[in-house]
Design a protein around this ligand. Structure first.
Ligand SMILES: [Zn+2]
Length: 303
């Protein structure tokens, strides 16, 4: 296997999307395995060891599921189904477990299931440039930029440190470049103020802490249009991408029931619930409901 063949195999994971629902389970398991490999020198792991941390990554950065039982064993799906071209899964006696095994945590734990990336994949990832390219590709294809640092931290990956010490073997190449001028157009449409809280800070004449947020993520085929965007302050952008904040069909703010805070600044998020979003300036389209629906199904942490 060459570095290009490895990256091609990672690109093909994206085709696993089912019925328009994003499926970041395998990418999150792979990012976690990359983190484990880069810190311990091996990706070998039992399901019992991986279950809690990988399930937490999928719960934090994947589409929401309500049932607590499902949340606890979300690692089972990618553990069983990750392509056998990349990894081996065996039971406690060393017999292979096929991709038709049940996606159940107890089943995997009872059999002592353990997996490891193929030796040739590990060898490729031992080159920091290939590792950076693989991590970048998984992040670019499945997530949105404001989540990258959080995902890397959850996966035990020091991407910034790696990028200081090496260059990617393949220059990062987004599948679809962002339209230039998009951010400026969105901030202008919302009069350089957060559509949720009205924050409009500037340093001299430059807006600061204010960002153009996609409602349907760019990596998930969300267009670079004002009708798929909001001007948000950095805090509300991060919470919107994490699914703490969401939108109702009549463009009011929702706050996840899973959000907790103790002090006044933290509780100010709860106080946003039910407030209408600021409307864009005349002539600019409000957020299109199809994108609100996408965010509601795929990102918002309903409870
Ligand atoms: Zn704000």
């Amino acid at each position: 296997m060459t570095p290009d063949e490895l990256l091609d195999a990672l690109i093909r994971l994206r085709k696993a999307a089912v019925g328009g629902r994003r499926v970041p389970h395998k990418p999150l398991l792979l990012l976690w395995l990359c983190g484990r490999y880069s810190t311990t020198g091996s990706s070998a792991v039992t399901y019992a060891e991986a279950e809690e941390q990988v399930s937490r990554l999928i719960n934090d950065f994947g589409p929401p599921v309500v049932s607590a039982a499902a949340q606890r064993q979300r690692a089972a799906m990618p553990f069983v189904h990750l392509e056998r071209t990349l990894w081996d899964l065996k039971d406690g006696e060393g017999h292979p477990i096929g991709p038709d095994a049940p996606e159940r945590g107890k089943w995997l734990r009872d059999r002592g299931a353990h997996g490891q990336l193929h030796p040739e994949v590990e060898l490729l990832l031992s080159d920091p440039g290939t590792l950076i390219s693989a991590v970048r590709l998984l992040l670019d294809q499945h997530f949105t930029p404001s989540l990258e640092a959080l995902i890397c931290s959850g996966a035990g990956l020091d991407l910034a440190g790696l990028e200081e010490s090496a260059h990617p073997v393949v220059p990062p190449k987004p599948k679809r470049p962002r339209r230039s001028g998009f951010a400026e157009e969105v901030l202008r449409a919302y009069a350089f103020a957060c559509a949720m809280c009205g924050y409009d800070g500037a340093l001299a004449r430059n807006p600061v802490g204010l960002e153009a947020a996609h409602v349907r993520w760019h990596s998930q085929d969300g267009p670079d249009d004002v009708s798929n965007a909001l001007a948000l302050c950095a805090l509300h952008h991060a919470l919107f991408d994490l699914g703490v904040l969401g939108l109702t069909a009549d463009l009011r703010i929702r706050v996840s029931g899973l959000y907790v805070a103790r002090n006044k600044a933290g509780l100010a998020i709860d106080a946003l619930a039910g407030h209408p979003l600021a409307a864009p300036r005349p002539g600019k389209p409000p957020v299109d409901l199809t994108f609100v629906t996408w965010h509601d199904r795929q990102v918002f942490k309903d409870s």
